[in-house]
Write a protein that binds this ligand. Structure first.
Ligand code: PEP
Ligand code: MG
Length: 591
């Protein structure tokens, strides 16, 4: 049956493929692909886990005393039977051999298929066996987690995994887990939860594949292997489309690919407005390996290297100074002398250090994580770690042009502590004869308090970069990762635009560089407005650079300045901006 649903479109284009469900199991499960040649070894690992659980259950059953309730022995017997049943472990083999999932992922995929079958059973007794299947699977997963695979985790290039394209469907997926699918087999992505600028959506967007988040019931309604259309422009999802609908979307997919190919031709053209203003287009990256992509897309530097991704999912084993130095140096060297702006760790809120679901994050670990110990607050609460990161960044500066960016600065006390940490680390490096170059230190403007105290920040920092994702969240008091309030997350709000205009104006007046590195920078709906507000530098996902450049090439910054001022001063800036631009377009068409 065809089902149509809606979510929030976060990355444009159309994807058509078979659904791969990444189940949110109660046990923390790693999802990765294995090399096809290692499938037999992974199946052996699975069978070994099954045998371990089997002996655990047999021991439990044998140790039951005569006082134990008889139902307990019966239950253990049922669990043992399920474990031996080919529909569980043997069928799981299919996901390992045909799809090359790791054993844990394969178990959750098969458990899901079975759970759905049990849900549909008429017989109450049989329907209730679903819980037993889940309990047995959970035991197997626990054993697998203890005996982690030593086989290499691989990210397969597109085209891997059979002739059909695959799309990823999840209830919720942590940003770091999402990152491991970058450049992988998936050609589209859907989640039930998340807002447009949640970090999971940001990573999905950086993959340059069509993506929809906040689709509420998607992972419940979509089944493993269902055909799925993901329209990343409108947020529409079509499950098991009819042939006519499929043809229509295939046509749109071809159109959108042609459009992309056309834009790609702009990548090495200089980014200059009609009136000769040079506009710097920089890239946002998450890993050093992304630098190659940035260059390919025509970026003239990295405006935001989100270093925290290197710190995630390591079970507390954080990267030391040398490991960080190597990563920063790799990014710097890949950029061939172009600037690389490394942001110090921005951990916390929807970017936990270790794997956690959004639910755990919101409810178990901090009263209000977005307002808690995140970003520079976390770094300053871990002074040794902070100094280690600064030393690693300083050392990388000997290999190219490095700048450092501090997330979420809002207080004078923080500013002083940051500058002291810098002075101290430079001293330490000098003392041991480590080479480094002078580096500029910038502040991210992502808290209204910072946007309203620009003179103070501009006295101490060399440049600023506006983090619009958080600036919108904190100005409007809307959790950026919460799909239930996503309709209120409004970049066009006059308060948001007023703060952005204020920051750009203050930095320009002080002669200090200002950039935007939040998602607004890569959204072509805002390109002309930001240019009109006096912005000359934008940092975005590499895949967005050409489309933004196309807008820049058609812009006249002098004309835009007046239009932008009028629009942001109006009651409804979005409407005012659109109508002013339509009039301007009409005027130039009539000329
Ligand atoms: C922002 O807040 O706009 C930003 C760029 O930082 P992040 O999205 O990583 O919080
Ligand atoms: Mg931010």
């Amino acid at each position: 049956m065809t089902i149509q649903m809606f979510g929030l479109p976060v990355s444009g284009g159309v994807a058509i493929g078979r659904a791969v469900l990444v189940a949110s199991s109660r046990v923390d499960v790693a999802h990765y692909f294995i090399e096809p040649g290692n499938a037999a070894a992974e199946v052996t690992r699975l069978r070994h886990a099954r045998d371990t659980v089997s002996s655990e259950l047999t021991t439990l059953k044998n140790e039951l005393t005569s006082e134990a309730p008889p139902e307990l022995a019966a239950l253990l017997e049922v669990h043992l039977m399920l474990l031996r049943d080919p529909m569980l472990i043997e069928a799981t083999k299919h996901w390992i051999e045909a799809r090359h999932y790791n054993a844990e992922w394969a178990v959750t995929a098969q458990t899901e298929v079975l759970a759905r079958q049990f849900d549909e059973m008429e017989d109450d007794y049989l329907r209730e066996r679903k819980a037993d299947i889940e309990q047995v699977a959970e035991r197997v997963l626990r054993v697998l987690a203890k005996e982690e695979s030593l086989l290499p985790h691989v990210v397969h290039a597109r085209g891997f995994g059979g002739k059909d394209q695959l799309v990823l469907v999840a209830n919720d997926i942590a940003p770091a887990d999402m990152l491991q699918f970058k450049g992988s087999v998936f050609t589209g992505f859907v989640t039930d939860v998340g807002g447009r600028t949640s970090h999971t959506a940001i990573v999905a967007r950086s993959m340059g594949i069509p993506a929809v988040v906040g689709a509420r019931e998607a992972s419940r309604l979509i089944r493993q292997d269902d055909w799925l259309i993901i329209d990343g422009d409108t947020g529409v999802l079509v499950i098991n489309p009819t042939p006519i609908v499929l043809e229509e979307y295939k046509f749109r997919q071809r159109q959108s690919e042609l459009e992309r190919a056309k834009l790609h031709r702009l990548r090495h053209m200089p980014s200059v407005t009609l009136d000769g203003q040079a506009i710097e287009l920089l890239a946002n990256i998450e890993l050093p390996a992304d630098a190659a992509n940035a260059l390919q897309a025509g970026a003239v530097g990295v405006g935001l290297f989100r270093s925290e991704f290197m710190f995630m999912n390591r079970n507390g084993d954080l990267p030391d100074e040398d490991e960080q130095f190597e990563a920063y140096r790799a990014a710097v060297q890949s950029m061939n002398g172009l600037p690389v702006t490394i942001r110090t760790v921005d951990i916390g809120a929807d970017k936990p250090l270790d794997r956690m679901t959004m639910h755990e994050l919101r409810h178990e670990h901090a009263l209000n994580p977005a307002l808690g110990l995140r970003a520079i607050r976390w770094s300053l609460s871990e002074p040794a770690m902070f100094r280690q990161q600064l030393r690693a960044i300083l050392r990388a500066s000997a290999y190219g042009k490095v700048r450092v960016l501090i997330p979420m600065v809002a207080q004078r006390g923080e500013l002083i502590a940051i500058m002291e940490a810098f002075a101290q680390t430079k001293q330490q490096l000098k003392a041991v004869g480590q080479a480094f170059n002078p580096i500029e230190v910038g502040a991210m403007i992502e808290v209204p308090a910072a946007a309203m105290t620009m003179p103070l920040l501009l006295r101490h920092f060399d440049f600023v970069s506006i983090g619009t994702n958080d600036l919108i969240q904190y100005t409007l008091a809307i959790d950026r990762a919460d799909e239930t309030v996503a309709h209120l997350y409004d970049p066009w709000h006059p308060a948001v635009l007023g703060l952005i205009a204020n920051v750009i104006e203050a930095a320009n007046a002080a002669g200090k560089p200002v950039s935007v590195c939040g998602e607004m920078a890569g959204d072509t709906a805002f390109t002309e407005l930001l240019l009109g507000l006096g912005l000359r530098s934008l940092s975005m996902h590499p895949s967005q650079i050409s489309a933004v450049k196309q807008r820049v090439l058609r812009s006249d910054s002098v004309k835009l300045a007046k239009l932008a001022r009028d629009a942001i001063g109006s009651e409804d800036p979005e409407r005012a901006w659109l109508s002013a631009n339509n009039k301007a377009a009409l005027r130039s068409a009539n000329r």
